[in-house]
Design a protein around this ligand. Structure first.
Ligand code: NAI
Length: 346
Protein backbone atom coordinates (compact mmCIF):
# COMPACT_ATOMS: atom_id res chain seq x y z
CA UNK A 1 0.00 0.00 0.00
CA UNK A 2 1.38 3.45 -0.84
CA UNK A 3 1.78 6.12 1.81
CA UNK A 4 -1.07 8.15 0.32
CA UNK A 5 -3.57 5.34 0.83
CA UNK A 6 -2.67 4.69 4.46
CA UNK A 7 -5.65 5.59 6.68
CA UNK A 8 -3.21 7.30 9.06
CA UNK A 9 -1.76 9.54 6.36
CA UNK A 10 -2.88 13.06 7.29
CA UNK A 11 -1.27 15.11 4.52
CA UNK A 12 2.07 14.76 6.28
CA UNK A 13 4.55 17.29 4.86
CA UNK A 14 7.20 14.66 4.28
CA UNK A 15 7.75 10.96 4.84
CA UNK A 16 11.35 9.89 4.21
CA UNK A 17 12.53 6.29 3.89
CA UNK A 18 16.13 5.34 4.55
CA UNK A 19 17.70 2.03 3.55
CA UNK A 20 21.44 2.20 4.13
CA UNK A 21 22.98 -0.95 2.71
CA UNK A 22 26.42 -0.60 4.29
CA UNK A 23 25.21 -0.27 7.90
CA UNK A 24 21.92 -2.13 7.51
CA UNK A 25 19.90 0.86 8.77
CA UNK A 26 16.24 0.81 7.82
CA UNK A 27 14.37 3.85 9.08
CA UNK A 28 11.40 6.10 8.35
CA UNK A 29 11.18 9.73 9.43
CA UNK A 30 7.77 11.37 9.19
CA UNK A 31 7.33 15.12 9.37
CA UNK A 32 3.68 15.80 9.99
CA UNK A 33 3.85 19.57 10.26
CA UNK A 34 6.44 22.33 10.56
CA UNK A 35 3.83 25.10 10.68
CA UNK A 36 4.73 26.02 14.26
CA UNK A 37 8.45 25.20 14.12
CA UNK A 38 10.84 22.34 13.35
CA UNK A 39 9.17 18.95 13.63
CA UNK A 40 10.24 17.41 16.92
CA UNK A 41 9.65 13.93 18.28
CA UNK A 42 11.51 10.89 19.49
CA UNK A 43 13.16 8.04 17.64
CA UNK A 44 11.64 4.63 18.30
CA UNK A 45 13.58 1.45 17.60
CA UNK A 46 11.36 -1.60 17.41
CA UNK A 47 11.31 -4.96 15.62
CA UNK A 48 8.28 -4.12 13.47
CA UNK A 49 6.74 -7.10 11.68
CA UNK A 50 7.10 -5.30 8.35
CA UNK A 51 7.52 -1.90 6.73
CA UNK A 52 3.78 -1.21 6.75
CA UNK A 53 3.57 -1.64 10.52
CA UNK A 54 6.49 0.78 10.93
CA UNK A 55 4.85 3.26 8.57
CA UNK A 56 1.53 3.21 10.43
CA UNK A 57 3.33 3.82 13.72
CA UNK A 58 5.43 6.72 12.45
CA UNK A 59 2.46 8.39 10.72
CA UNK A 60 0.34 8.22 13.86
CA UNK A 61 3.05 9.20 16.29
CA UNK A 62 4.24 12.18 14.23
CA UNK A 63 0.71 13.59 14.00
CA UNK A 64 0.38 13.10 17.75
CA UNK A 65 3.54 15.16 18.25
CA UNK A 66 2.12 18.04 16.17
CA UNK A 67 -0.93 18.09 18.42
CA UNK A 68 1.06 17.75 21.63
CA UNK A 69 3.42 20.63 20.85
CA UNK A 70 0.61 22.82 19.54
CA UNK A 71 -1.38 22.36 22.75
CA UNK A 72 1.70 23.05 24.86
CA UNK A 73 2.02 26.37 22.98
CA UNK A 74 5.50 25.47 21.71
CA UNK A 75 7.34 26.76 18.64
CA UNK A 76 7.68 23.15 17.47
CA UNK A 77 5.99 21.06 14.84
CA UNK A 78 5.39 17.33 14.90
CA UNK A 79 7.64 14.56 13.68
CA UNK A 80 8.75 11.11 14.64
CA UNK A 81 11.21 8.50 13.46
CA UNK A 82 11.24 4.72 13.57
CA UNK A 83 14.25 2.47 13.14
CA UNK A 84 13.22 -1.03 12.16
CA UNK A 85 15.11 -3.55 14.27
CA UNK A 86 15.50 -5.10 17.67
CA UNK A 87 17.29 -2.64 19.97
CA UNK A 88 18.83 -5.57 21.86
CA UNK A 89 20.53 -7.14 18.84
CA UNK A 90 20.40 -4.78 15.83
CA UNK A 91 21.69 -1.54 17.33
CA UNK A 92 25.21 -0.78 16.11
CA UNK A 93 27.28 2.37 16.10
CA UNK A 94 27.35 2.30 12.30
CA UNK A 95 23.54 2.23 12.15
CA UNK A 96 23.17 5.07 14.66
CA UNK A 97 25.64 7.18 12.66
CA UNK A 98 23.84 6.34 9.42
CA UNK A 99 20.66 7.40 11.19
CA UNK A 100 22.30 10.74 12.11
CA UNK A 101 23.00 11.25 8.39
CA UNK A 102 19.35 10.52 7.64
CA UNK A 103 18.33 13.27 10.08
CA UNK A 104 20.79 15.65 8.40
CA UNK A 105 19.25 14.90 5.01
CA UNK A 106 16.13 16.69 6.25
CA UNK A 107 18.13 19.87 6.83
CA UNK A 108 16.94 20.64 10.37
CA UNK A 109 13.24 20.25 9.59
CA UNK A 110 13.25 17.29 11.99
CA UNK A 111 14.81 17.34 15.49
CA UNK A 112 15.01 14.01 17.22
CA UNK A 113 14.70 12.99 20.87
CA UNK A 114 14.41 9.66 22.75
CA UNK A 115 11.62 7.14 22.54
CA UNK A 116 11.14 3.42 23.13
CA UNK A 117 14.26 1.40 22.26
CA UNK A 118 16.63 4.38 22.31
CA UNK A 119 18.45 4.85 25.61
CA UNK A 120 20.44 7.81 26.98
CA UNK A 121 23.75 6.13 25.98
CA UNK A 122 22.66 6.14 22.29
CA UNK A 123 22.08 9.88 22.17
CA UNK A 124 25.72 11.08 22.27
CA UNK A 125 26.50 8.57 19.49
CA UNK A 126 23.75 9.98 17.24
CA UNK A 127 24.85 13.50 18.27
CA UNK A 128 28.32 12.82 16.84
CA UNK A 129 26.69 12.88 13.43
CA UNK A 130 23.95 15.50 13.76
CA UNK A 131 23.16 18.66 15.68
CA UNK A 132 19.42 18.20 15.23
CA UNK A 133 18.98 16.30 18.48
CA UNK A 134 17.67 17.19 21.96
CA UNK A 135 16.11 15.74 25.08
CA UNK A 136 19.14 14.22 26.76
CA UNK A 137 21.85 15.43 29.11
CA UNK A 138 24.50 17.40 27.24
CA UNK A 139 27.51 19.14 28.78
CA UNK A 140 26.20 22.33 30.39
CA UNK A 141 22.68 21.65 29.09
CA UNK A 142 20.64 19.22 31.15
CA UNK A 143 17.58 17.93 29.41
CA UNK A 144 17.41 14.20 29.93
CA UNK A 145 15.04 13.48 32.75
CA UNK A 146 11.70 15.01 31.92
CA UNK A 147 9.85 12.89 34.53
CA UNK A 148 9.68 15.55 37.27
CA UNK A 149 8.31 18.21 34.90
CA UNK A 150 5.82 15.77 33.41
CA UNK A 151 4.69 14.96 36.96
CA UNK A 152 4.28 18.67 37.70
CA UNK A 153 2.15 19.12 34.57
CA UNK A 154 -0.02 16.14 35.49
CA UNK A 155 -0.43 17.55 39.01
CA UNK A 156 -1.66 20.97 37.82
CA UNK A 157 -3.76 19.33 35.11
CA UNK A 158 -5.37 16.96 37.59
CA UNK A 159 -6.19 19.92 39.82
CA UNK A 160 -7.78 21.80 36.92
CA UNK A 161 -9.93 18.72 36.26
CA UNK A 162 -11.11 18.29 39.85
CA UNK A 163 -11.84 22.01 40.06
CA UNK A 164 -13.98 21.76 36.94
CA UNK A 165 -15.82 18.55 37.77
CA UNK A 166 -15.87 18.43 41.59
CA UNK A 167 -15.51 22.14 42.43
CA UNK A 168 -12.48 21.36 44.63
CA UNK A 169 -9.71 23.95 44.88
CA UNK A 170 -7.17 21.48 46.22
CA UNK A 171 -6.65 17.74 46.27
CA UNK A 172 -7.16 17.72 50.05
CA UNK A 173 -9.47 14.91 51.12
CA UNK A 174 -9.88 13.52 47.61
CA UNK A 175 -9.24 9.82 46.97
CA UNK A 176 -6.91 9.40 44.02
CA UNK A 177 -6.02 6.07 42.42
CA UNK A 178 -2.57 6.13 40.82
CA UNK A 179 -1.68 3.39 38.34
CA UNK A 180 2.09 3.22 37.80
CA UNK A 181 4.68 4.57 40.22
CA UNK A 182 7.55 5.36 37.87
CA UNK A 183 9.11 8.75 37.24
CA UNK A 184 5.76 10.39 36.61
CA UNK A 185 3.48 8.47 38.99
CA UNK A 186 5.80 8.69 41.99
CA UNK A 187 6.42 12.41 41.49
CA UNK A 188 2.68 12.97 41.20
CA UNK A 189 2.00 10.93 44.35
CA UNK A 190 4.43 13.05 46.30
CA UNK A 191 2.75 16.31 45.27
CA UNK A 192 -0.76 15.00 45.87
CA UNK A 193 0.11 13.64 49.29
CA UNK A 194 1.69 16.95 50.28
CA UNK A 195 -1.66 18.56 49.50
CA UNK A 196 -3.56 16.08 51.66
CA UNK A 197 -5.00 13.61 49.12
CA UNK A 198 -5.70 9.99 50.08
CA UNK A 199 -3.76 7.76 47.71
CA UNK A 200 -4.53 4.31 46.32
CA UNK A 201 -1.57 2.94 44.38
CA UNK A 202 -0.74 0.03 42.08
CA UNK A 203 2.38 -1.04 40.21
CA UNK A 204 3.68 -4.35 38.87
CA UNK A 205 6.90 -3.51 40.73
CA UNK A 206 6.25 -4.40 44.40
CA UNK A 207 9.23 -2.34 45.63
CA UNK A 208 7.71 0.83 44.19
CA UNK A 209 4.37 0.09 45.83
CA UNK A 210 6.10 -0.47 49.17
CA UNK A 211 7.91 2.85 48.82
CA UNK A 212 4.67 4.74 48.12
CA UNK A 213 2.89 3.03 51.01
CA UNK A 214 5.68 3.98 53.40
CA UNK A 215 6.33 7.49 52.14
CA UNK A 216 2.83 8.68 51.35
CA UNK A 217 0.68 6.55 53.64
CA UNK A 218 -0.88 5.17 50.46
CA UNK A 219 -3.04 2.03 50.26
CA UNK A 220 -1.78 -0.70 47.94
CA UNK A 221 -4.32 -2.00 45.41
CA UNK A 222 -3.89 -4.80 42.88
CA UNK A 223 -3.03 -3.78 39.32
CA UNK A 224 -6.37 -5.14 38.08
CA UNK A 225 -8.48 -3.37 40.67
CA UNK A 226 -6.85 0.07 40.53
CA UNK A 227 -8.71 1.11 37.38
CA UNK A 228 -12.17 0.30 38.67
CA UNK A 229 -11.86 1.02 42.39
CA UNK A 230 -14.10 3.54 44.18
CA UNK A 231 -12.28 6.89 44.07
CA UNK A 232 -12.63 10.51 42.94
CA UNK A 233 -9.83 10.50 40.37
CA UNK A 234 -8.11 7.77 38.36
CA UNK A 235 -4.60 8.73 37.29
CA UNK A 236 -3.12 6.33 34.69
CA UNK A 237 0.68 6.65 34.66
CA UNK A 238 1.72 3.29 33.25
CA UNK A 239 0.77 1.89 29.88
CA UNK A 240 -1.61 2.86 27.09
CA UNK A 241 -5.12 1.67 26.06
CA UNK A 242 -6.21 1.58 29.68
CA UNK A 243 -9.55 3.23 28.83
CA UNK A 244 -11.42 0.62 26.80
CA UNK A 245 -14.79 -1.13 26.46
CA UNK A 246 -14.15 -3.26 29.53
CA UNK A 247 -12.75 -0.65 31.95
CA UNK A 248 -14.96 2.33 31.09
CA UNK A 249 -18.14 0.49 32.07
CA UNK A 250 -16.66 -0.31 35.49
CA UNK A 251 -15.05 3.06 36.17
CA UNK A 252 -16.15 4.70 39.45
CA UNK A 253 -13.91 7.77 39.22
CA UNK A 254 -15.52 10.98 37.94
CA UNK A 255 -12.22 12.31 36.66
CA UNK A 256 -9.43 10.60 34.68
CA UNK A 257 -6.19 12.60 34.71
CA UNK A 258 -2.82 10.93 34.27
CA UNK A 259 0.41 11.06 32.31
CA UNK A 260 0.32 7.80 30.34
CA UNK A 261 0.41 8.12 26.56
CA UNK A 262 -2.46 6.82 24.39
CA UNK A 263 -4.87 6.13 27.26
CA UNK A 264 -7.90 5.73 24.97
CA UNK A 265 -7.84 2.35 23.26
CA UNK A 266 -9.80 3.86 20.36
CA UNK A 267 -10.93 7.43 19.64
CA UNK A 268 -14.56 6.54 20.36
CA UNK A 269 -13.67 5.81 24.00
CA UNK A 270 -13.39 9.56 24.59
CA UNK A 271 -17.10 9.86 23.76
CA UNK A 272 -17.92 6.88 25.96
CA UNK A 273 -16.28 8.53 28.95
CA UNK A 274 -18.26 11.72 28.36
CA UNK A 275 -21.50 9.76 28.01
CA UNK A 276 -20.78 8.10 31.37
CA UNK A 277 -20.20 11.47 33.06
CA UNK A 278 -16.42 11.07 33.40
CA UNK A 279 -14.22 14.11 32.79
CA UNK A 280 -11.16 13.01 30.83
CA UNK A 281 -8.02 15.17 30.68
CA UNK A 282 -6.66 14.44 27.17
CA UNK A 283 -3.36 12.59 27.63
CA UNK A 284 -1.22 14.51 25.20
CA UNK A 285 -2.22 17.80 26.81
CA UNK A 286 -1.78 16.84 30.46
CA UNK A 287 1.55 15.05 29.82
CA UNK A 288 3.06 17.95 27.83
CA UNK A 289 5.75 18.58 30.47
CA UNK A 290 8.16 16.25 28.69
CA UNK A 291 8.07 18.02 25.32
CA UNK A 292 8.20 21.41 27.06
CA UNK A 293 11.46 20.24 28.66
CA UNK A 294 12.84 19.25 25.24
CA UNK A 295 11.78 22.60 23.72
CA UNK A 296 13.45 24.38 26.63
CA UNK A 297 16.71 22.66 25.78
CA UNK A 298 16.43 23.47 22.06
CA UNK A 299 15.63 27.14 22.66
CA UNK A 300 17.76 27.47 25.80
CA UNK A 301 14.95 28.69 28.04
CA UNK A 302 15.60 29.29 31.74
CA UNK A 303 14.27 26.79 34.30
CA UNK A 304 11.79 29.46 35.42
CA UNK A 305 10.39 29.86 31.90
CA UNK A 306 10.12 26.10 31.44
CA UNK A 307 8.26 25.72 34.72
CA UNK A 308 5.94 28.59 33.86
CA UNK A 309 5.00 26.86 30.61
CA UNK A 310 4.37 23.58 32.42
CA UNK A 311 2.12 25.30 34.96
CA UNK A 312 0.07 26.70 32.04
CA UNK A 313 -1.08 23.13 31.26
CA UNK A 314 -3.75 23.61 33.93
CA UNK A 315 -5.23 26.66 32.16
CA UNK A 316 -5.14 24.94 28.78
CA UNK A 317 -7.10 22.01 30.19
CA UNK A 318 -9.64 24.33 31.84
CA UNK A 319 -10.27 25.90 28.42
CA UNK A 320 -10.73 22.45 26.87
CA UNK A 321 -13.21 21.41 29.60
CA UNK A 322 -15.25 24.60 29.25
CA UNK A 323 -15.41 24.38 25.47
CA UNK A 324 -16.27 20.66 25.58
CA UNK A 325 -19.25 21.46 27.77
CA UNK A 326 -20.34 24.38 25.62
CA UNK A 327 -20.17 22.36 22.41
CA UNK A 328 -21.40 19.12 24.04
CA UNK A 329 -18.43 17.19 22.68
CA UNK A 330 -15.84 14.90 24.29
CA UNK A 331 -12.74 16.61 25.68
CA UNK A 332 -10.58 14.40 23.43
CA UNK A 333 -12.26 15.79 20.31
CA UNK A 334 -12.04 19.38 21.54
CA UNK A 335 -8.32 18.98 22.24
CA UNK A 336 -7.76 17.69 18.67
CA UNK A 337 -9.77 20.60 17.26
CA UNK A 338 -7.90 23.20 19.30
CA UNK A 339 -4.58 21.72 18.18
CA UNK A 340 -5.68 21.71 14.53
CA UNK A 341 -6.86 25.32 14.85
CA UNK A 342 -3.51 26.41 16.29
CA UNK A 343 -1.62 24.67 13.50
CA UNK A 344 -3.94 26.06 10.80
CA UNK A 345 -3.59 29.58 12.19
CA UNK A 346 0.19 29.36 11.97
P1 NAI B 1 8.41 4.63 34.03
O1 NAI B 1 8.90 3.50 33.20
O2 NAI B 1 9.36 5.36 34.92
O3 NAI B 1 7.22 4.13 34.98
C1 NAI B 1 6.17 3.33 34.56
C2 NAI B 1 5.69 2.55 35.78
O4 NAI B 1 4.53 1.81 35.43
C3 NAI B 1 6.73 1.55 36.29
O5 NAI B 1 6.87 1.70 37.68
C4 NAI B 1 6.11 0.20 35.91
O6 NAI B 1 6.48 -0.84 36.80
C5 NAI B 1 4.63 0.51 36.00
N1 NAI B 1 3.75 -0.40 35.29
C6 NAI B 1 3.95 -1.03 34.11
N2 NAI B 1 2.89 -1.81 33.80
C7 NAI B 1 1.99 -1.63 34.80
C8 NAI B 1 0.69 -2.15 35.05
N3 NAI B 1 0.11 -3.03 34.24
N4 NAI B 1 0.06 -1.77 36.17
C9 NAI B 1 0.64 -0.90 37.04
N5 NAI B 1 1.86 -0.39 36.85
C10 NAI B 1 2.54 -0.76 35.74
O7 NAI B 1 7.69 5.62 33.03
P2 NAI B 1 7.32 7.15 33.25
O8 NAI B 1 8.40 8.00 32.70
O9 NAI B 1 6.86 7.37 34.66
O10 NAI B 1 6.08 7.30 32.26
C11 NAI B 1 4.79 6.87 32.63
C12 NAI B 1 3.84 7.10 31.48
O11 NAI B 1 3.84 8.48 31.13
C13 NAI B 1 4.20 6.35 30.18
O12 NAI B 1 3.00 5.99 29.52
C14 NAI B 1 4.96 7.39 29.38
O13 NAI B 1 4.87 7.12 28.00
C15 NAI B 1 4.18 8.64 29.77
N6 NAI B 1 4.94 9.88 29.59
C16 NAI B 1 6.11 10.07 30.28
C17 NAI B 1 6.81 11.24 30.12
C18 NAI B 1 8.07 11.51 30.88
O14 NAI B 1 8.56 12.65 30.79
N7 NAI B 1 8.63 10.58 31.62
C19 NAI B 1 6.36 12.30 29.19
C20 NAI B 1 5.07 12.03 28.57
C21 NAI B 1 4.42 10.84 28.77
Amino acid sequence: MSVFEQPDFDSHEEVAFFDDKSSGLKAIIAIHSTALGPACGGTRMYPYADGDAALVDVLRLSRGMSFKSAMAGLPLGGGKAVIIGDPATDKTEARLLAYANAINALGGRYVTAMDVGIVPADMPVIARGTKHIAGYDQPGKTGGDSGPLTALGVFVGLKAAVKHRLGADTARGLTIAIQGLGKVGMGLAERLRAEGARLLVADVDAARVKKAVERFDARAISTDEIVTIECDVLSPNAMGAILNDRTIEQLKARVVAGGANNQLERDEHGAKLTANGVLYAPDYVINGGGIIRVAGQIYEWSDAEIECRVLAIGDTLSRIFTRAEREALPTSIIADRMAQERIAKA
